[in-house]
Every structure is written in structure tokens, then in C-alpha cells.
Write a protein that binds this ligand. Structure first.
Ligand SMILES: [Zn+2]
Length: 78
């Protein structure tokens, strides 16, 4: 008698066997996908801001221009 389980990632039937080293996943790929999902969730929680792209001078200038355009109240003369 053989016990089979469903791969949590792709639902493929996986034989529960000593040689099935990635059980309950069918393969290392599915195991990594599952771990990746978990890591991504953790990443979202710990780093809500996307900080991997530093702002260039031009981008900062553009943001300042946009800010001033959207906040004329602050720059209009009396
Ligand atoms: Zn799988």
C-alpha cells in the first residue's frame, strides 16, 4: 500500500516515500515556489516601501514640480 499526498503547490499526486525528498511537494521547484510565496509575504510586511530604486536628481526635481503644481495654494503670492 502506498500513501500519496497532493503537492501543496501544483496539486500533483506525490508518493509519500523516503526517496521523495521534497514531500509533500512533488519537486524542488514546487518547494521553492512555496517558500518563495512565504518569503514574499514576509517581505511585504517588513518592507512596505519600495526602496531598492534610489531617486535620481531628475526624479526628485520632477516630484517637486508635481508637488508645486498640485499645491498652488502654497506658492501663490499674496
Ligand atoms: Zn508540485
Amino acid at each position: 500500500m502506498t500513501l500519496t499526498v497532493s503537492c501543496p503547490t501544483c496539486q500533483q499526486q506525490v508518493t509519500w516515500h523516503e526517496k521523495s525528498e521534497f514531500r509533500p511537494f512533488c519537486s524542488k521547484r514546487c518547494q521553492l515556489i512555496d517558500l518563495g510565496d512565504w518569503a514574499e509575504e514576509t517581505h511585504k510586511i517588513s518592507q512596505p516601501m519600495q526602496s531598492h530604486t534610489p531617486l535620481s536628481e531628475d526624479m526628485i526635481d520632477a516630484l517637486e514640480d508635481e508637488f508645486l503644481l498640485n499645491n498652488k495654494f502654497f506658492v501663490e503670492p499674496e
